[in-house]
Design a protein around this ligand. Structure first.
Ligand SMILES: Cc1cc2nc3c(=O)[nH]c(=O)nc-3n(C[C@H](O)[C@H](O)[C@H](O)COP(=O)(O)OP(=O)(O)OC[C@H]3O[C@@H](n4cnc5c(N)ncnc54)[C@H](O)[C@@H]3O)c2cc1C
Length: 531
């Protein structure tokens, strides 16, 4: 068993920001970060666009950013939270810059501000098209400097330890005492007892297979919190990114940023038609949800596996300048954007819902906090405004830090039972996990994806039930490993998405059930054709 004062699950922007602040403030206290892959691997690392915050008060204002966020959230945001996050944003970014983050500036040293879909002003702070990587670099470098931070890479958090694990349990006052962790190298499972635990475990994209998220995004934190009986909400609001690179495989897909459509790229179907105008008069520049739905309809109607992003008419030198990472990655995938169309599909990109937290990042379980993409603060409502998520991660990590400065958690003297896997055996047929995972991903894409309907959702629920009982049988009989844990977690997350989608009876933001309004192509489709 290991004991620590502050335990943080996850080493992305949210977890690391909290860690470096606590480590600095409490040099005598012990901080432990558990991370299931290399510590740099995270959704954060892949963020391209940037972080939205108001810096230019001559053109922009907090009020503008607040209004844009509320509009994107489609009437479902918590206005107080929106105000808090947006007004705190510039302070959190200045802090990152003091720690060494290099954001792009002009010749006079003024931050160059980008603009993305849904923003009425230029306010996206960025580092070329690799902003997340820069943030992750700075935070990790800072974390390495604190001797009271222990980072445990390749350690997988399996389950939260709560009152449910204790012999004399007090379920009325459910508290968290730490976590059971799997050392992925040795295969051993041990206990980390903590005065206070924070989930900063990121997103869920892998539940859909087609996703911009890396392999770590299997919703573990949300599933653990759900099993521990924490409140989870808004899981039906999933943002699909319209244009992820399609290479015929399941799994993480490279994101072709919105900036490319902003720069003038056309979306075409296999026949070369610019079909998006059939769904929205703004064409390629319609909001993410509309463009994703249009592509989903188009693919289902045509039976094709993808559509295409055409950049061949653009100024390629300027393209290379603005999006060097996208240009190079396409080239590595044998797509020369000056000549070839880029094959794209909508892909699960961002979860607006998650573990419900209050304004201090507290969950419904005592001594358990959550921040970043695994949490649901109320900022995004039904749909996230582009580049508001890193902002939320930074602001809420800071809010948890401030709360913990005021109310320091106490050490408890409880005896925590060790992980007990007596009677379980090693599973020899490991190939079962990728097979079951693909089954789950296909099910979610077909029945609970971009465009849903109640009949499909009920079908998804029935099929998931079968997958759930098969997996629980495997879990009861076999020694736990990462693949089995992730599969269980993704099934829990899928269950939450399906059930909360069935309860949602209004289309808004990232939720679209065709039973509530049928969208079809309009006549414009006939007039806008291949150019
Ligand atoms: C391609 C892409 C582009 C994006 N672009 C932008 C953008 O321009 N602007 C913006 O604001 N947002 C963007 N986002 C979203 C943003 O990157 C994420 O929402 C944000 O980085 C989440 O940070 P986080 O710290 O909450 O989680 P993450 O950065 O995902 O970190 C999660 C951490 O938890 C660990 N973990 C998970 N489960 C376990 C477990 N069971 N045990 C141990 N460790 C675990 C992971 O290994 C990882 O270290 C983008 C996302 C993607 C995928």
């Amino acid at each position: 068993m290991m004991e620590t004062n502050f335990l943080i699950i996850g080493s992305g922007a949210a977890g690391l920001t909290l860690a470096v602040k606590l480590a600095d403030k409490f040099p005598k206290k012990k901080l432990t970060i558990v991370s299931k892959a290399h510590e740099a691997e995270s959704n954060t690392k892949y963020a391209q666009g940037g972080v939205a915050a108001v810096f230019d008060f001559s053109e922009d204002s907090f009020q503008n950013h607040i209004e844009d966020t509320l509009n994107a959230g489609d009437g479902f945001c918590d206005r107080d939270v929106v105000e808090i996050v947006i007004k705190d944003g510039p302070k959190r970014l200045r802090e990152l810059m003091e720690w060494g983050a290099n954001f792009d500036t002009d010749a006079e040293g003024k931050l160059t501000l980008g603009k993305e879909g849904g923003h009425s002003q230029f306010r996206v702070i960025h580092h070329k098209d690799t902003t997340g990587n820069e943030i992750e670099r700075v935070l990790l470098e800072r974390a390495y400097q604190f001797r009271n931070i222990t980072i445990l890479p390749h350690h997988f958090a399996i389950d939260l330890i709560t009152e449910h694990h204790l012999p004399n349990r007090n379920l009325e006052n459910n508290s968290c005492f730490g976590v059971y962790v799997l050392d992925q190298i040795s295969g051993s499972i041990f206990t980390i007892k903590a005065d206070c635990t924070t989930l900063a475990s990121g997103g869920i994209g892998q539940v859909y297979g087609h996703t911009t998220n890396p392999g770590i995004a299997t919703g573990d934190g949300i599933a653990m919190a759900y099993r521990a009986k924490a409140r989870i909400k808004n899981m039906e609001f999933i943002q699909f990114h319209p244009t992820a690179f399609y290479d015929g495989n399941n799994g993480a897909s490279f994101l072709i940023s919105e900036a490319v459509r902003g720069f003038g790229a056309f979306l075409r179907n296999k026949n070369g038609e610019r079909f998006v105008f059939g769904y929205d008069e703004r064409g390629e520049l319609a909001s993410r949800d509309i463009v994703s739905q249009a592509i989903d309809f188009e693919m289902k109607e045509s039976g094709n596996d993808c559509v295409y992003l055409d950049c061949t008419h653009l100024n390629i030198e300027a393209f290379k300048q603005n999006s060097p990472n996208i240009y190079e990655t396409c080239l590595q995938k044998n797509i020369d954007v000056s000549k070839d169309w880029i094959p794209v599909v909508p892909a699960a990109h961002y979860l607006c819902g998650g573990i419900a937290v209050d304004q201090d990042g507290k969950t419904s379980i005592k001594n358990l906090f959550a921040c970043g993409e695994c949490s649901c603060t109320g900022l995004h409502g039904a749909n996230r405004l582009a580049s508001n998520s890193l902002l939320e991660a930074l602001v809420y990590a800071d809010r948890i830090f401030r709360y913990l400065c005021k109310y320091q958690p106490l050490r408890n003297k409880l005896t925590i039972p060790e992980w007990n896997d007596e009677g379980t055996v090693l599973l020899m047929e490991e190939e079962i996990f990728p097979k079951k995972t693909r089954e789950l991903q296909l099910l979610m894409r077909r029945f609970a994806g971009v465009v849903r309907n109640s009949k499909d959702l009920r079908e998804a629920s029935a099929q998931l039930e079968v997958l759930y009982s098969q997996t629980e049988t495997l879990y009861r009989k076999h020694k736990l490993n990462t693949a089995l844990s992730q599969l269980r977690n993704m099934i829990n997350v899928a269950h939450l998405i399906i059930q909360q989608s069935l309860k949602q009876n209004k289309n808004r933001g990232g939720f679209y059930n065709e039973d509530y309004s049928i969208k079809t192509k309009n006549e414009k489709y006939a007039t806008v054709n291949a150019q």
